[in-house]
Ligand binder design. Structure first.
Ligand code: HEM
Length: 421
């Protein structure tokens, strides 16, 4: 393994992590990265085993800043009353079950399904003449949807997006100390806004803030939970939508089949992007006791970086993993949403948003093309990767808004599961 060349924040790794992920899986499946101090775990079976064993592998470090925050910046956070006690993703204690149940109540399959028409209409509203599908559509839509799902009103969406992107960079980026200072101010403002809203919540409201109050969750825990949820519940889906639109638009034949409403194809494309290029590329755990993983002895307290993006391309699990193959068998075995006790609570909502947005854009603009073929600028954080722009050519919308359903000949579809690319 080219240990010296592996740079988890480098431009090459961000542009295409797959060559390094392949080398890690084959040469050094549990690999110590001296730059971050993390142990990189890259094979599907090992990552799944770690996620399935919450006793040996704790989630406590899930939200720890990968670039240590120096004391003066910590003081900025402390002055804002900022703290992230164990609540959901970073909670290995008994309080996790109750808090998870409370949030799950807002994300039941029935409640999520009830948002399908609303997602389509929000998408239509943003499609007057799209020039960049990231800025026009992917950036804000998931935030608007999440607030409605959680019953939260009076939200300044641009402010919330600025706070949440700053928070991602502070905790998962590699910023300079000056930059950390700016980001900490933003993270602190976000936390203070949440604390105010939780304190002001109506005791009999049906929104998330009220539910936390009714549950008796202390304000500090409630603010920490909301801080994570309001970021995780929309930034990840923004990233999914941008990657999805960019990747599928690179295959005009696939786009034509989506525009023709081929049943199940949009959902299959979402799954294939989650497998091969998941928005959450890595997630962390820490060993609670000495363990041996893939033949490597790890002490208690060893911080692990689970390479989720690499697991979806493990040839032991997925045949021809480099091919983009919507409808492949076993497609949903990927670990893009984690596994086990902390499995993503928003998986259903994220999948629905991806499917509805892809279908709606393709129907409305059957001739849409990427305006630039070269690789887009990418967000490249420790755990998040996605295009930061998806420039599209200005097409004429389909006259009826929805294209008439046409049968694509079976031969052109490449059989039942479609052709791999
Ligand atoms: C494509 C979009 C998304 C991806 C790729 C994603 C991925 C993940 C991953 C990898 C985890 C950690 C799982 C583990 O530790 O085993 C997680 C946890 C979580 N996600 Fe998501 N997520 C997405 C969207 C969402 C949305 C839309 C919501 C909420 C509406 C959400 C809420 C959560 C919560 C609450 C947890 C913590 C669950 C717990 O600890 O019990 N996520 N997600």
């Amino acid at each position: 393994m080219r240990t010296t060349q592996l740079d988890l924040f480098g431009a090459d790794f961000t542009a295409d992590p797959h060559p390094d992920l392949r080398r890690l899986r084959s040469d050094s499946p549990v690999h110590h990265d001296p730059a971050t101090g993390l142990w990189l775990v890259s094979r599907y079976a090992d990552v799944r085993a770690v996620l399935a064993d919450p006793e040996a592998f704790h989630p406590d470090n899930a939200l720890t800043a990968v670039t240590p925050i120096p004391r003066p910046v910590l003081r900025v956070l402390a002055r804002a009353g900022f703290s992230l006690p164990p609540t959901l993703a970073n909670n290995g204690t008994d309080t996790h079950t109750d808090l998870r149940r409370l949030v799950a109540g807002f994300l039941t399959p029935a409640r999520v399904a009830g948002f399908e028409a609303r997602i389509a209409s929000l998408c239509e509203e943003r499609l007057a003449s799209p020039t960049d599908l990231h800025a026009d559509l992917a950036r804000d839509l998931p935030c608007v949807v999440l607030m409605e799902v959680l019953g939260i009103t009076d939200v300044d969406v641009p402010a919330l997006k600025a706070w949440s992107t700053a928070s991602l960079e502070l905790f998962w980026g590699n910023p300079s100390v000056e930059r950390q200072h700016e980001l900490a101010v933003q993270a602190g403002e976000f936390h203070q806004w949440l604390t105010r809203r939780i304190r002001a919540a109506s005791p009999d409201g049906d929104d998330l803030f009220s539910a936390l109050r009714q549950h008796g969750t202390p304000v500090r825990e409630a603010a920490g939970l909301c801080y994570f949820l309001l970021i995780a519940g929309q930034e990840t889906t923004t990233q999914l939508l941008s990657t999805l639109l960019d990747r599928v638009l690179r295959h005009p034949d696939l786009w034509a089949r989506l525009a023709a409403d081929e049943p199940g194809l949009a959902a299959a494309c979402v799954e294939e992007v989650l497998r091969r290029e998941p928005p959450v590329t890595t997630w962390r755990r820490v060993t609670s006791r000495p363990v041996t993983l893939a033949g490597v002895d790890l002490p208690a307290g060893a911080p692990l970086l689970l390479m989720l993006a690499g697991t979806g391309s493990d040839p032991e699990v997925f045949a021809e993993p480099e091919s983009f193959c919507p409808g492949r068998s076993g497609a949903r075995r990927h670990l893009a949403f984690g596994f086990g006790r902390h499995y993503c609570l928003g998986a259903g909502l994220a999948r629905l948003e991806g499917e509805v947005v892809l279908r709606t854009v393709a129907r409305r603009f059957p001739d849409l093309r990427l305006a630039a073929i070269e690789p887009p600028p990418m967000l490249g954080l420790l755990s998040f990767r996605a295009p930061l722009s998806v420039p599209s050519s200005a097409p004429r919308p389909s006259s009826r808004g929805r294209r008439q359903r046409t049968r694509t000949p079976r031969a052109a579809r490449g059989g039942r599961s479609g052709r791999c690319r």
